[in-house]
Write a protein that binds this ligand. Sequence first.
Ligand code: SAM
Length: 295
Amino acid sequence: MPKTEHWGWYVERFAPTEEHHHAIGRVLYSGRSDFQQIAIIETEVFGKMLILDGDTQSSERDEHVYHETLVHPALAAAADRSNVLILGGGEGATLREVLRRPDVRLCTMVDIDGLVVDLAKRYLPEWSDGAFDDPRARVIIGDALAYLRDDREAYGAILSDLTEPLPDSPSHPLFNDAVFSLVKTRLAPGGIYALQASTAAIHNAALHCKMARTLRKHFRYVRSFFTHVPAFDTDWAFLACSDTVDVASTPAERIGEYCAGLRGTSAFYDAETHRRLFALPLYLRRMLAEEGEVF
Ligand code: SAM
């Protein structure tokens, strides 16, 4: 690492007056695809980081926290895990976590940006850890919305690992009433739709609550859960939605059995972590109960 005064910085701007500065050790890639600006950098604290349109997607040091949280509460509770769909998920780490379960027969991942997937294979192979070569993986480069419209399969779990739905993001068209109801039609009985759902930090939970409110129009159970993700410098939230399964209430014994059936070693998720993920602070419970904007 060069001395401080010579460092270049990746500055993630949360608001005009709030920034997190990461000193860049090395830039592995910087360019643009047809869909977004892409950077892969190396930093001392977080290791390699994938950044899309100036927004941190995941870091080598803590990506397990994010990806295990997105995948395992939903799969542990799902009635049938044999057929799983991932929307987005370019790095291949969501795919990796899904395929750790031997009872997954097929996992389809649909990401719009082939360049992100290629760069992840080349520069971030630890994220996918061989998952792209697993015969149970089917990777489709295309728009997840078009895929959902054309597809006729039924999935035990649909996992949305899309970029933040900001107005100019290619993920934006996937966050609205019509699409949430379309997703529901693609779920098998007992199926679960889990999505990464923005920050739930006390000063910045409006987008998360808007997603939850909109999803509540379509699903009987819509559960928020969150964890701190250090590379994001905030509490990151997720939603688990189903008409039949309350993911927040999965019994510890079931989670224990599910985790025992995972190949390899987990870094974050088990029955104790599950309890912590779904134990929401008062401010968030209040915000989620309030009336407000929907998509
Ligand atoms: N962890 C992330 C975060 O915090 O936002 C999400 C990770 S993953 C890299 C996001 C992926 O969503 C990207 O690879 C991007 O190409 C993909 N994506 C965005 N819009 C999409 C769409 N309409 N269809 C399919 N994939 C999409």
